[in-house]
Every structure is written in C-alpha cells, then in structure tokens.
Design a protein around this ligand. Structure first.
Ligand SMILES: [Zn+2]
Length: 318
C-alpha cells in the first residue's frame, strides 16, 4: 500500500469536504467503516477513492476511516439571518471578520452536552464496557497478559479522559449562529430587541456564508438537530450539532470550528463582507433615526447593500 505523504493542501481539504460522499472514480457511495483514500490522481487532480479504485492514486495524502458527517448541510440557496445589535454589526463590517463565540460562553448550558446528568450512569456504563472490550482486543496488546483488574483500571482511566475531554472541548469549540428562514422572524426580533432595540438582521445564503469564509476547511456549516435529552444522548463526536427541543424555534444553522492555538484572535475569522451580506433589515422596534445611522455606517465602510425596513410594521387593512 502506498505510503501516505500527509501533504495536506487547502485545495485538497476543500475537495474532500465537497466530494466525500462518493468515490471520485467509480461513484460508489461511501458508508461507515469504509476506507477513503484522499490524494491526487493523474494530471495532479484531487480525488477521494474507494479501496477498489485506490490503485489510480499517484499520491496518497491521507486515508480516512470513513464516517458519515455528523451534521446535515443546509441547502446552498436557503436564506440565513443573523440578528445583531448595532455594535456587533459595526464590528462585523469594520473589522471584516466574523466572530465565533466560545461554546462555554453561551447562555444555554447544554452547548456541547452529551446528555442530562440523570442519564450519565447509562452513558458511563456503555463507554466503560466499550473500553473494556477495546483494551482486551487491541492487536498490539497481548490481552492474555492483562489481568481483569488491569483492564478495569485502564477502562476507568479512558472513561475519565473522555469525560474531561468534553469539558476541554467547550473551551476550544467556537460557533457562529444563524437562523434559517425564508422570512423575517418576529420571535428573533423580539429575542434581540428586548435587550437591543437597535438591532439589524443580516441576510445571506448558506452558500454565500461558506464562500465568504473562504471555504475554510476548518469550519463546518450545518443544521442544529433538536432532540429530547430525556430519551437520547447527543453524539460523542458531534455534540455541538444538538440542542434541546425547546430551542426548535431558532431553526439554527451554525458554523463551528475547533481552535487549539493560543492566538486570542483566532476566533475572529476574516470574511468577505461583499459576499456575506445580501441585504440588511432594520428592527421593527428601532426608533426612526436608527435607519440613518445604519446607512451612514454602511456608507462609511463601503457596504453597498440594500437596506430594508422590517415588514413587521406593514399596515393591514380589514
Ligand atoms: Zn471507486
């Protein structure tokens, strides 16, 4: 088998993200447990190949034990809204960066949660059993030489490391939240205007968000799933794609990235404002002078995009 070169390029990482579902050569769909060979074929073209086609690879950069993506990608055309107060809007267009908030800074304590505390025993039982079996069957270890006690000690250690990694992850996972909707949302305006009467909503599409962030392969954009934590756990590798049912009205699409560097600005990601912003909407609760402020700020930073009044204040007739 070809030696892996690990010569990752942004181009290849983007190619894998966009073509990971099926073999580039024979179009066979990947499923859990298959091996995906990622690299370059003849003509220096990037490819994701199945085992049967792997012989076509000129350079194997990496092989993945293929698993299905943890999240559902939004449709590229679907509209995404970000309801923000004026200060955050100015920060966005002046710095041309999108701020990703650390998961442990959110009001919702279930950000990154695997489950609820009352069901933790069930989770622990499952994983300790999983680790016992894994230790006893690791090919490099001669399991016959391990005593039951040794297996138990090691399984407990792995479980405690797993639990600690959950806490650690909350500090190193950064999120930008968006609301998926073809229309304005009264609930979202209320949510923001309760604190900030001077709010705007930036409207984009999922494809534009992805492109505005430079198709950054570190960033995943997906739909949040709303689940009943009394009945199930979230996911060991994808906890940030799950929230409680009570948040269903948010219809959230989020951009998620992990940062392990100590650079304190790493969570402000350069963004192409021209690509990102399709339209700007003014809060229906904003005072009259507010629109002028918003348009002059946009002018100041060369953001030539249409500004709309919220249609919430349209007058009915009876
Ligand atoms: Zn194939």
């Amino acid at each position: 088998m070809q030696e892996m070169t690990h010569r990752h390029t942004k181009e290849l990482d983007i190619f894998y993200r966009e073509h990971r579902e099926a073999c580039t050569n024979c179009r066979k769909k990947f499923h859990d447990g298959m091996c995906a060979h990622v690299g370059y074929v003849r003509g220096n073209n990037p490819a994701v190949l199945c085992d049967d086609c792997a012989g076509e690879m000129i350079e194997t950069v990496v092989r993945y034990h293929w698993t299905a993506q943890e999240y559902e990608s939004p449709n590229g055309n679907s509209s995404l809204w970000r309801y923000i107060d004026l200060a955050k809007f100015i920060q966005l267009i002046a710095s041309k960066t999108l701020f990703f908030a650390p998961a442990d800074s959110f009001d919702d304590p279930f950000e990154g949660a695997k489950g609820i505390v009352s069901r933790k025993g069930k989770w622990d039982d499952f994983y300790i059993d999983f680790f016992r079996k894994a230790i006893a069957t690791v090919p490099e270890v001669d399991a016959k030489n391990l005593t039951k006690d040794e297996i138990e000690v090691n399984a407990k250690r792995l479980l405690s490391e797993l639990n600690m990694s959950g806490e650690y992850d909350r500090k190193h996972t950064f999120i930008s939240c968006w609301h998926e909707n073809e229309f304005e949302s009264e609930a979202m305006w209320k949510l923001y205007s309760a604190n900030y009467r001077n709010a705007v909503a930036v409207k984009t599409t999922a494809a534009n968000l992805y492109e505005a962030l430079g198709k950054d392969p570190r960033i995943d954009i997906g739909k949040v799933k709303y689940i009943d934590f009394n009945k199930r756990f979230s996911s060991i590798n994808g906890a940030y794609w799950y929230k409680r049912k009570s948040f269903e009205y948010e219809r959230e699409v989020r951009a998620v990235m992990k940062i392990y560097s100590s650079d304190s600005n790493a969570n402000s990601v350069p963004v192409d404002i021209e690509k990102l912003i399709n339209q700007v909407y003014i809060s229906p609760y904003a005072p009259l002078w507010f629109e002028e402020v918003v348009t002059s700020v946009m002018l100041r930073y060369d953001v030539n995009k249409p500004v709309f009044h919220s249609t919430m204040n349209d007058q009915p007739f009876y």
